[in-house]
Design a protein around this ligand. Structure first.
Ligand code: GAR
Length: 208
């Protein structure tokens, strides 16, 4: 059984999708053993508590820089004996001290089709604002491994939705979450825990 640590910053709907997948037996070979939040009062913490999952708050604002914050996160992940780290709406970029300690063991869900609308500054609603501003006709979400560069690790899963006339960032965000994020994130976690994701030449493949 793999220990899964989920890192959150906000509402935690992706965390909820993981909790539901665990309860429904979709995630079989792993358990969410800890939820770590970068913000006090994040609703994701309530979701974890309701599911009897231990929580830890490591507030980003209490640390001077990304390095010292990442060191605190790394210490906690080590204490938790994490086998898989899931960034589920985690709004802080982690320093390489974490990514190097957990190579191909950290995954992130990004609300766009990487390599579009990603990298530093692209998070949450901003991603959808930019996609609508550009005028793309499809968007979607990506689950990928996390490496030293923001949103640049090997892609594991992606799926698309149509952009409709009159979409607002909020409407598009919701459509992408419901139709893509809440499905591909739990699916990826289940496959990872079953050791069914392999990486060759920097690309991720699912063993069917
Ligand atoms: C999700 O859309 C997630 O993809 C995005 O923030 C939202 C968090 O929602 N993450 C990023 O933008 C990270 N770059 P949630 O807290 O309800 O899961």
């Amino acid at each position: 059984m793999k220990n899964i640590c989920v890192l959150v910053s906000g509402g935690g709907t992706n965390l909820q999708a993981l909790i539901d997948a665990q309860n429904d037996g979709i995630i079989k070979a792993g358990r969410i053993t800890c939820v770590i939040s970068s913000k006090e009062g994040a609703y994701a913490l309530e979701r974890a508590k309701k599911a009897d999952i231990p929580t830890v708050v490591i507030p980003r604002r209490e640390y001077a820089d990304s390095r010292s914050y990442s060191e605190a996160i790394l210490e906690e992940l080590n204490r938790q004996k994490a086998d898989l780290v899931v960034l589920a709406g985690f709004m802080t970029i982690l320093d390489e001290c974490v990514t190097k300690a957990y190579p191909y063991k950290i995954i992130n869900v990004h609300p766009a089709l990487i390599p579009s609308f990603c990298g530093e500054g692209y998070y949450g609603l901003k991603v959808h604002e930019k996609a609508l501003e550009y005028g793309v006709k499809v968007s979607g979400a990506t689950v990928h491994f996390v490496n030293e560069e923001a949103d640049a690790g090997a892609i594991i899963m992606q799926d698309v939705v149509k952009v409709e006339n009159g979409d607002t960032p909020e409407i598009l965000q919701r459509r992408i979450m419901e139709n893509v994020e809440w499905k591909i994130l739990p699916r990826t976690v289940a496959l990872f825990c079953e050791d069914r994701i392999t990486v060759r030449d920097g690309k991720a493949y699912i063993d069917l």
